[in-house]
Design a protein around this ligand. Structure first.
Ligand code: COA
Length: 283
């Protein structure tokens, strides 16, 4: 789909880059010539992902970092700049989510998702943005959101609120930081199978089948499809795009909020399957 050296010399930081879609995007960027900084809480995942990237001939730095903690984020950005001299692009991909009836959420449960998704994306954007502004070489920020950031969705209220905030940040900073030649865009993926998302959001096989059937394209996304869209948005050829959110979901969002369909089940059934999912994740 792209020239082999499309992202040559670019230094790209991917949060949540050790697993799932973050890892797939990072590998695709590396295939196209980028050097990578991978950040996440679980260093063991990061090292394995970094090794895969090095095997592709790119440089990779793995940094343990909890995006909820601004001091850790600042230290991670400083390490990346010390290693590569600069950061050209940030992909805010780290997220947390679970299915829950909103009336059952504790304040801490709400915070746990919002602090990763909204506060974490802000901390990374702020730290990398300050670096990009000081350096004066422009930059590119890509936020992974979701279509229910604007449709809303039952049973994922903390995530919907947090992602709506990230989308607002995307559009706000696209304007504010355009003078520094920093572009800020977002991608809203529909369901793409990953271990983390499936554990969190597909408590049993019947949910998975329901989720697949409600997608007009009748299939889930392929990681390479998302990675190629992210590549396009990071490449110099999309320089005139900023403040945009691009959906990649087989038409799913036009069917309504992603988990609204679960309201057909009685509350007891919902309780049972959410509880089973929670146990499976050890939470
Ligand atoms: N339903 C309801 N409440 C839940 C829950 C669930 N499935 N899972 C956690 N919580 C609540 C906990 O009870 C706790 O609240 P309390 O202190 O009032 O009891 C609060 O959320 C924090 O839980 P904890 O397990 O301590 O949070 P954490 O910071 O270790 O983990 C999560 C954060 C919950 C978002 C966790 O799922 C996570 O780390 N996710 C990252 C990966 C991920 O979610 N990937 C999928 C992305 S689609």
């Amino acid at each position: 789909m792209f020239q082999k050296d499309l992202l040559k010399q670019k230094v790209v930081l991917v949060t949540g880059g050790g697993t799932g879609l973050g890892r797939s995007m990072a590998k695709r960027f590396a295939e196209l010539g980028a050097n990578l900084v991978l950040a996440s809480r679980k260093v063991e995942n990061l090292e394995a992902a970094a090794a895969e990237i090095r095997a592709l001939g790119a440089r990779a730095l793995a940094v343990g970092c909890d995006v909820r903690e601004p001091d850790q984020v600042d230290a991670m950005v400083a390490k990346a700049v010390a290693e590569f001299g600069r950061i050209d692009a940030l992909v805010n991909n780290a997220a947390g989510n679970f299915l829950a009836k909103t009336e059952d959420l504790s304040p801490n449960a709400f915070n746990s998702v919002v602090r990763i998704v909204l506060h974490g994306s802000f901390h990374c954007t702020s730290a990398v943005g300050r670096h990009m502004i000081a350096r004066g070489g422009g930059g590119n920020i890509l936020n992974i959101v979701t279509t229910y950031a604007w449709t809303g969705s039952a049973f994922v209220v903390p995530s919907a609120c947090a992602k709506a905030g990230v989308l607002a940040m995307t559009r706000s900073l696209a304007v504010e930081w355009a003078r520094y030649r920093i572009r800020v865009n977002a991608i809203a993926p529909g369901p793409f199978p990953t271990e983390g998302a499936w554990q969190a959001l597909m408590p049993d096989p019947s949910y998975e089948e329901m989720a697949r059937l409600r997608i007009p394209a009748k299939r889930f996304g392929r990681h390479e499809e998302l990675a190629d869209l992210a590549t396009y948005l990071l490449a110099d050829g999309s320089d005139y795009m900023t403040g945009e959110v691009v959906t990649i979901d087989g038409g799913e969002w036009l069917m309504g909020g992603e988990f609204n369909g679960l309201t057909i089940f009685p509350p007891e059934t919902i309780d049972q399957s959410f509880e089973a999912a929670r146990k499976k994740r050890g939470k």
